[in-house]
Structures are given as C-alpha cells and as structure tokens.
Design a protein around this ligand. Structure first.
Ligand code: SF4
Length: 288
C-alpha cells in the first residue's frame, strides 16, 4: 500500500513495515515536514537530499537539506556564542523523572498530573571545575514530592543558571510543586527565573547535525554532537523510566530486581544531565 496520512489518521496503523522500509533521511524526517513531506513523497521525492533547490522550504528545513547533501553539521558560531554568554556560573543541569497515572496515587493530584519521583543535578562551579553529581530517587510508596523538594533545595543554591532541556517541562513540574506546597512558593519562583533552555540553540538550528534526522530532542542531539548516547542503558527514555518505576515501587517485584531497576533509573536520569554538560562543553569547543 502507499504511505499517506491515512497511516495515522483517524487511527495509528499497527503495521510499521511500510515506514521501516523507507530510506535513511527520507522526506518524513524533514523538520516539521507535515503535508509537505507527503506531497514530496507522492511526487517521487524520497529523501531530504533529493529535494530540488527551488522547492519551497523554510530556513530550518533548508539547513537540514544542506546538511544531508554535504554530510556536515551546520554551526552558527555567533548564535551559539550568544547562548553560551547567557549562562551564569555556577551551572546547574537539572532533570526530573515523573509518573502520571490516570488514577492519582496521592491526595490533591489530578489524573495524569506529572509527579516527580526522581531528579538528577550536575553542578559545574566554574569554567575549570569538573561537574559534581547530586541525585534523588524516592524510596517507599508515599508521596515522593516533600522529600524530593527538600533535597532539591539543598542542591540548587541561590544563584547561577539552572539548565534544562525543554525547560517548559521542568518549569511545569516546579509550578505544580509550588501549588501543592505553597511554603516553597518564593523559592520556586526564584528557581524558575534562573531556568535556561538548552533546547533553544538546537530548536533554532544554530547547531544541526545530519544524524539528528530532523529532531532537536535530547535523545537525537546528544549522540549527534558528542558521539555518546543511551544505547548501553536498560532504561533509555522517560516513558520507560516511569513505567519501570511504577512496577518496581507499587508492583510485586522481587527485591533484587527492584534494586536493579533503581540502579538503572539512577543511571538513566544521570545521563540526561551529564549529557547536557557534554553538549555545552562541545558547543564551547565549537566556538573556541
Ligand atoms: S502503515 Fe498501514 S495504513 Fe500505512 S500504508 Fe502501511 S499498511 Fe497501509
């Protein structure tokens, strides 16, 4: 059958072979390609590299196309330097892991509300210092938020940029925490005012590597820019972290397996923040 919008609308087709057989850098990997990708596919253009120069693309899509053709990353040093100049030491790299069950586990929580059960923070004091790692993973079945907040407050200090990847997620978690625990309101306001989004230079295509295949997500950017990724980890994405945590914490799991899951969760969350440290180091190298 011919691939088309009917593959996903009104329902996702369970067959994936049709999509899996497409070549690398196919037109569906074009950044926000949408209908344009289907139109190109229908007209016989299969890959981003085959898109004619006079085809109407936006600036980001044109950068992606040029990178596929050249096999080289795009680097806008001036824009990257502007981003790096906005960072204030000490740098705190922050990531939360969350659960959001349909049936809330704790009082006052909405269905599907993201509840943080774990954080990882890497702290870089100054240009010369190696990163120090701090983390928290709740134990037991009680509401994880009070202890998590108390631990986070010990780690984040009073000044310096707090770097997250797609900061809207971390900010949403923090605002929900402020609503549930108003005694932290002022502190959370101060923390949110220090948040910096490491997604920005990648969403703006100030840096783009062909290996990102049209994605600016951390999982696409980290291996593309640093050559290091998540492939050696048993837990390699946030959804799996959430499901595994729920099974290990509220399910009937043997203790040795539970401990293994906890160790894997710590490794995964730590890589999200250490990976951000590596990315910023690499951006600095590119601008030096
Ligand atoms: S993915 Fe499903 S709907 Fe789409 S072409 Fe293949 S079989 Fe048809």
């Amino acid at each position: 059958m011919i691939i088309g919008p009917h593959c996903r609308d009104p329902y996702e087709c369970p067959l994936t072979d049709c999509w899996d057989s497409l070549p690398e850098h196919n037109v569906f990997s074009l950044y926000y390609g949408g209908k344009k990708s289907f139109a190109m596919y229908d007209s016989g253009i299969l890959t981003v590299g085959e898109i004619p120069d006079d085809y109407k693309l936006n600036d980001k899509q044109r950068i992606q196309q040029a990178c596929v053709v050249n096999g080289e990353p795009h680097v806008d040093k001036e824009a990257i330097q502007d981003f790096l100049s906005s960072l204030q030491y000490p740098l705190y790299y922050l990531d939360f892991e969350t659960i959001g069950p349909a049936v809330p586990l704790f009082d006052g929580v909405r269905p599907y509300q993201d509840i943080p059960f774990q954080f990882s923070v890497h702290v870089v004091q100054d240009e010369q210092s190696p990163p120090a790692h701090y983390s928290y993973l709740t134990s037991g079945t009680d509401d994880p938020r009070p202890a998590l907040l108390a631990e986070l407050q010990k780690v984040l200090g009073d000044s310096g940029s707090i770097i997250a990847y797609n900061k809207g997620f971390e900010e949403g978690i923090l605002r929900d925490l402020a609503e549930a625990f108003p005694e932290y309101n002022n502190w959370i306001d101060q923390v949110c005012s220090r948040l910096v989004d490491l997604l920005v230079p990648f969403r703006n295509f100030d840096y783009y590597h062909p290996a990102q295949k049209g994605s600016a997500s951390l999982k696409a950017v980290l291996p593309a820019i640093t050559g290091r990724g998540y492939e050696d980890l048993d837990i390699s994405d946030g959804q799996l972290a959430s499901i595994t945590f729920l099974a290990a914490t509220y399910g009937d799991m043997p203790e040795d397996e539970r401990q293994k899951v906890r160790a894997n969760l710590k490794k995964y969350c730590a890589l999200d923040t250490e990976g951000m440290v590596w990315i910023v180091d690499r951006l600095k190298e590119l601008c030096s």
